[in-house]
Each structure stands twice: as C-alpha cells, then as structure tokens.
Design a binder for this molecule. Structure first.
Ligand code: RB5
Length: 169
C-alpha cells in the first residue's frame, strides 16, 4: 500500500521511526514532514498528509502530533477524510472495520511506541466490512454540508433518528 504520513515537530523522531517501520513492512511511504525539530504547526502536516489520500495519491494515512488531537482535527477538514484518533488496538480495528477510517491519528506523547506500532499494524491489516448501515452512515457523514448557510440544520439526521426509533439503525 501507499501510506501518507505527517507529524509536527514534537514527535519527529517517532514519525521517522514509523516511516522505517512501515517501509520495512513492504509499504511505500510518502513522508510529508515535518523533518526536524524546528517549531512548526500541526495543521500544515495534517492537511498535507490528508490531501495525498483525498487526491488519490496514497491509500491510507498516519498523522502524529503530541496528543494527536490537533493534527487529526486538521486532517478531518479535507474532503473524503475520516481520521480516527486512537490510543489502543481495538479502536484502531473498529475505526477501519466499521467506519472505513482512512487516516490513523496518534498522540506520540500519549501512547507508547509498542502500542503505536500495533495500532498501525491493525489499521493497515483490518479490512473495512461494509454493511448497508455503515455505508449509509458514512455517506451521510460525507455529505454533511460545509456551506455556512446550511450549518445548524437540526433535522439533518432525522431519517436516522426515525430508523433508531423503529428499532433500526
Ligand atoms: C504542540 O504544538 C502540540 O500542541 C501538538 O503537538 C499537539 O499536541 C496538538 O494537539
């Protein structure tokens, strides 16, 4: 697979380690930086990493910052991106299997390296298991309007609420 990866200056060594780790697993890596410890801004690398996937230049992505929060929030602003912030193996599995997450986000100052490696292995190896439910929910999430005029539509998820009320999903 082709993996797009990015980080901020807080976790550059971890990202560099992961580039080697993923490459040794036989994947091709696009390293979007940052490349040193000079202070920079995580949204730059969340955006760059996510765009590679959105533009079809990479299959999946990994983003790392201190907590994983800033860079995952940034990546999720890019069209078609579902970045999941995880700190355990089971969440990594769930994110791919049920939500078809295409970016794994990790807090390099939060999770230990062993957990990070295993979460990545799990994320890359787990197959998305599409169901009618997951397909419809993902499509609905994808089409949440970014247009300011439409923000605040309290009825956007009404059809889902109705299904839940009828014991559906
Ligand atoms: C440092 O900029 C730190 O705020 C960042 O790495 C991250 O933890 C943000 O979520």
């Amino acid at each position: 697979m082709k993996i797009s990866i990015g980080c901020d200056h807080i976790v550059t060594e971890i990202k560099d380690h992961l580039v080697n780790y993923i490459t040794e697993k036989g994947h091709e890596v696009i390293d979007n930086g940052t490349y040193d410890k000079e202070r920079t801004h995580y949204p730059i690398y969340g955006k760059k990493t996510a765009e590679k996937i959105s533009f079809g230049e990479a299959d999946l992505g990994i983003v790392v910052c201190g907590t994983g929060v800033g860079i995952s929030v940034s990546a999720n602003k890019i069209k078609g991106i579902r970045a999941a912030l995880v700190r355990d193996i089971e969440t990594a599995r769930y994110a791919k299997k049920h939500l078809n997450a295409n970016i794994l986000a990790i807090g390099g100052r939060i999770a230990g390296l062993g957990v990070i490696e295993q979460a990545i292995d799990t994320f890359l190896e787990t197959e998305y298991e599409e169901t009618k439910e997951s397909k419809e929910i993902i499509e609905k999430i994808e089409s949440i309007p970014m247009n300011e005029d439409l923000i605040g539509d309290e009825h956007y998820f009404d059809e889902f609420v109705e299904k839940w009320n009828d014991s559906g999903y």
